[in-house]
Design a protein around this ligand. Structure first.
Ligand SMILES: CC(C)(COP(=O)(O)OP(=O)(O)OC[C@H]1O[C@@H](n2cnc3c(N)ncnc32)[C@H](O)[C@@H]1OP(=O)(O)O)[C@@H](O)C(=O)NCCC(=O)NCCS
Length: 390
């Protein structure tokens, strides 16, 4: 059961980013505090494990960050923790492992989440691929996520640049409406931070959204991954810093503590595809998870699809039998607008789904799904516990 889901604001990676002077551990600790404080009578000692996703597990994100953050939170030495890497789905996998622990009776109360500081640890930083890695993954483009999106455009030309830009514009518009309507307030935990110029601010708003986006402006952006390509800064997710986490409990423990869980885990599936078109992988992962849950796409009321790139969303929606603008998908906008701090994005999808379940009690099932570098897809089906039959 997901009892609560929180996140930091998402900053832009780099010196102009709100978290340039904030370490990955210090993005994580406030979430641990918040999950306990918001869910009285939960106490740190009840947390049986902290499962923390991080893609680049070196420097500040290395050394088993999941173990270190509970001590930095002032919770003493008694709370175990680990770190998980499945690249973009690291945080969603952390949640997947957490629910499996609970389902098998190994634990009753856990915190699972993820953090990525892409400003301090850029994608691919200090990686040392095997000399045969390119060969076994289908060529150099498998290592460059933007190129994997260009590959989808090339192999499936029915998804045009204009369609990708329109999808991106719609993500920005939905995000703008959601932000203005205050939908982010309950999930974002404000953190006091120091900017690069020494100014102190309360970071409580996402830095990436561009509500001023227009089709005309999107059409003029350069294609950084390939000359005369179709993927731009406008129809791709950005480079971001942020963290997100959930409090997971067994039904019995939540009941004992008098807590009302928001959603129940139904099924998880992971699938793998050709790494050079990694963005297509939510399709087999979702087909697999639907089968496990004895459901079809028609049974899913709310869909949170991570927007690594607009073109891979267009492909996935089409192959899963949906229109590009299906109203069930990313109602509050997606990663093209909010940003994609890799390991934090899965728990961010879960936080969005929890919020959407709350305001849509008629919705019964939800899906969180995302693609992963090196060619993987990770899908989870959830049941709304605030559901009321119409
Ligand atoms: C695409 C990418 C290279 C762009 O990086 P960047 O150049 O630092 O991005 P910026 O935010 O500076 O945007 C570039 C330009 O586009 C403009 N721009 C970006 N989004 C825009 C929008 N929605 N509307 C209008 N202009 C926009 C910016 O203003 C900037 O213009 P400028 O050069 O005149 O300043 C980077 O975001 C990236 O690598 N994204 C993919 C991340 C990824 O692979 N994640 C993992 C997925 S599996």
């Amino acid at each position: 059961m997901v009892v609560d889901a929180v996140r930091t604001a998402f900053g832009k990676a780099g010196e102009k980013g709100i978290f340039w002077n904030t370490r990955a551990e210090d993005l994580s600790v406030p979430l641990l505090h918040a999950l306990v404080e918001r869910n009285s009578p939960v106490e740190p000692a009840m947390v049986e494990d902290i499962i923390w996703g991080a893609t680049n597990q070196i420097k500040e994100q290395g050394g088993t960050i999941g173990r270190v953050i509970s001590m930095l939170a002032g919770w003493g030495h008694d709370i175990p923790g680990c770190s998980i890497d499945r690249m973009c789905a690291s945080g969603l996998t952390a949640i997947g492992f957490g629910v499996s622990y609970i389902a098998t009776g190994m634990a009753d109360c856990l915190i699972a989440g993820g953090v990525e500081h892409m400003g301090h640890l850029p994608m691919g930083y200090m990686r040392d691929p095997h000399p045969r890695a390119e060969e076994v993954m289908g060529g150099p483009s498998a290592f460059n996520m933007g190129m994997t999106a260009e590959n989808i455009h090339d192999r499936f030309p029915e998804f045009t640049k204009e369609m990708a830009d329109r999808y991106a514009l719609e993500s920005q518009r939905k995000a703008d409406r959601a932000i203005k309507a205050g939908k982010m307030k309950d999930m974002i935990i404000p953190i006091e931070v120091e900017l690069a110029d020494g100014t102190r601010i309360i970071a409580d708003k996402d830095q990436q959204p561009r509500p001023d986006t227009t089709m005309e402006a999107l059409a003029t952006l350069r294609t950084p991954f390939k000359e005369n390509g179709r993927v731009t800064a406008g129809n791709a997710s950005g480079l971001n810093d942020g963290a997100a986490a959930v409090l997971l409990m067994s039904e019995e423990r939540a009941e004992q503590l008098g807590l009302q869980p928001k959603m129940r885990w139904v099924a998880t599936a992971v699938a793998a595809v050709d790494p050079t078109i990694m963005g297509t992988a939510p399709v087999p992962a979702t087909q697999k998870v639907l089968k496990k849950a004895f459901l079809t796409m028609d049974d899913i009321d709310i869909i949170e699809l991570n927007e690594a790139f607009a073109v891979q969303c267009l492909y996935c929606l089409d192959r899963l039998g949906m229109e590009w603008n299906d109203p069930r998908v990313n109602k509050w906008g997606g990663a093209i607008a909010y940003g994609h701090p890799l390991a934090a994005s899965g728990p961010r999808l879960v936080a969005f789904l929890a919020g959407l379940f709350k305001e849509n009690p008629g919705a019964k099932y939800g899906l969180t799904t995302m693609c992963v570098g090196r060619g993987q897809g990770y899908s989870v089906i959830w049941e709304n516990l605030i559901h009321k039959e119409n």
